[in-house]
Design a protein around this ligand. Structure first.
Ligand SMILES: NC(=O)c1ccc[n+]([C@@H]2O[C@H](COP(=O)([O-])OP(=O)(O)OC[C@H]3O[C@@H](n4cnc5c(N)ncnc54)[C@H](OP(=O)(O)O)[C@@H]3O)[C@@H](O)[C@H]2O)c1
Length: 434
């Protein structure tokens, strides 16, 4: 509902992103109102702790700790959720939408776990629910999938969508840092949280992949459908071998259509050095989408930070404001119509890199080749390195031709119980683009 032609905005959260969104709404009010087609005004801002010292341009009279001041406020037309976490953010969004308010959120956890339900609710109530900032910060991904790429049958999405892990992997690759050292550096620079588990274990990327894949493939995707493996097992040695073999290791979020199935996975992957994604360094993000009409398109840029994220949030606010100003209903539909079967990870076929510590004696390679051969896994190349005379071991790196994940798991299991293989130190999937 608009009041005197003005569009009222209620902000839930005044943290890293909320403070920047509020600053823009206040300091650029006139310019943004021109773009919206109606005056925009900030009605009220929800915070948790009123006593917290804040370096914010928001007048203290607008702050509240009572969500009803926004959710039940008739002046508020658009509720912008920037709290983070599932609770109470999901409840607040439900309430806002059920009250006929438009909603904008940057919350990947909410959209990955409750997106379909909230989208349905918004459709029932004839309001917008926009969430561009939930994936890739300032990089436009949701909008293009909902509009510009809609004519396509999407065949694959390959994404680097977690800046923390990409920073760590870049340091490991370019400076030979160990994982723990690179993680500490990321924490010192504010790129990683004190508890970095969701980032380094791939959970954050899985949330974002679930959101993107649901839109790209018009399929219901649960976070649990995404096979998820983090980066903490990678060592400096893996990066050395990757370089020698012509690859860069990245945490990839991959969604690929295979027949009537959809493969969804987040894991470290060897990316060929000539591929664009191998060159996405530091905290930057990139999403490559392949469609039957458009071919491959790549969206690249800053996937986090207050200004890039505010760019996406304010873009959504302006789109909502324009739809209110023009009295047209929500332009974008997120309707999920199902269709594709989520493929079990065990059925996935790709190339593999395996680093093994073996007894340094004759016949070992033949035994390894036999285990692999019996499981239909053919070897593309082998590197043997670093004989350790004291321990009488050597390190062997095997690259396979495309093989089934289930067979590789069986092979690893057999080799681990195998006298001559002391240790399967790491197995990394190799991503190939045809
Ligand atoms: N930071 C980024 O670069 C980035 C990038 C993309 C997306 N996002 C998403 O944007 C959202 C916000 O992130 P952020 O980094 O701005 O978070 P943040 O700095 O932790 O700020 C959270 C804000 O919400 C308030 N808040 C939290 N729980 C509350 C509750 N129960 N009741 C009332 N207020 C509550 C906090 O109040 P107090 O100020 O009183 O503590 C704070 O103002 C998240 O969903 C995040 O995933 C962030």
């Amino acid at each position: 509902m608009d009041k005197d032609g003005k569009i009222g905005i209620g902000l839930l959260g005044l943290g890293v992103v909320g403070a920047e969104v509020a600053r823009m709404l206040i300091q650029k009010s006139e310019r943004l109102s021109q773009k919206a087609g109606r005056p925009l005004f900030l009605c009220s801002v929800l915070v948790k702790d009123m006593a917290k010292p804040r370096d914010s341009v928001v007048p203290p009279r607008l702050l509240t700790t009572n969500p009803a001041d926004i959710l039940n406020n008739p002046q508020v037309d658009v509720v912008v959720e920037l709290l983070g976490g599932v609770k109470p953010a999901t409840d607040y969004l439900r309430t806002a939408i059920a009250q006929g308010k438009h909603a904008v959120t940057a919350n990947k956890e909410v959209m990955a776990n409750h997106g379909p339900e909230l989208i349905r609710l918004a459709e029932e109530h004839g309001v917008n629910l926009l969430y561009e900032a939930s994936v890739g910060g300032g990089i436009p991904i949701i909008g293009p999938l909902q509009k510009d790429l809609l004519a396509n049958e999407i065949t694959s999405v390959h994404a680097i969508i977690n800046g923390t892990t990409n920073y760590i992997l870049t340091k490991m690759s370019q400076e030979g840092m160990d994982f723990q050292v690179a993680l500490r550096r990321a924490q010192e620079l504010g790129y990683a949280e004190a508890d970095p588990a969701k980032d380094i274990e791939g959970v954050d990327a899985a949330f974002k992949l679930a959101i993107v894949a649901a839109l790209a493939f018009h399929t219901k995707v649960a976070v649990s459908d995404v096979y998820t493996e983090g980066i903490s097992k990678l060592t400096a040695r893996d990066f050395l071998y990757a370089q020698e073999l012509g690859y860069t290791i990245k945490l990839l979020a991959i969604a690929r259509r295979i027949g009537d199935g959809l493969s969804l996975r987040v894991h470290p992957a060897m990316v060929p050095n000539e591929h664009l994604l191998s060159k996405v360094d530091g905290v930057l993000n990139a999403v490559e989408i392949e469609g039957d009409l458009v071919g491959r398109v790549v969206f690249h840029g800053q996937g986090a930070g207050p200004r890039p994220t505010a760019s996406a949030v304010i873009g959504d606010i302006l789109e909502v404001a324009r739809s209110i100003a023009s009295r047209r209903g929500p332009a974008r539909s997120g309707t999920v119509d199902g269709g594709l079967r989520i493929l079990p990870m065990e059925e996935m076929i790709t190339q593999y890199y395996a680093r093994l510590t073996v007894s340094d004696r004759a016949g070992v390679l033949a035994q390894i080749a036999k285990v692999l051969g019996d499981l239909d896994i053919s070897i593309a190349s082998v590197i043997q390195k670093n004989a350790d005379a004291a321990r009488q071991t050597a390190e062997i790196v095997v690259m396979t031709h495309p093989a089934k994940e289930a067979h590789i798991r069986q092979a690893v299991h057999q080799m681990e119980t195998f006298g001559v293989v002391r240790d399967v130190s790491n197995v990394i999937r190799v991503e190939q683009w045809t």
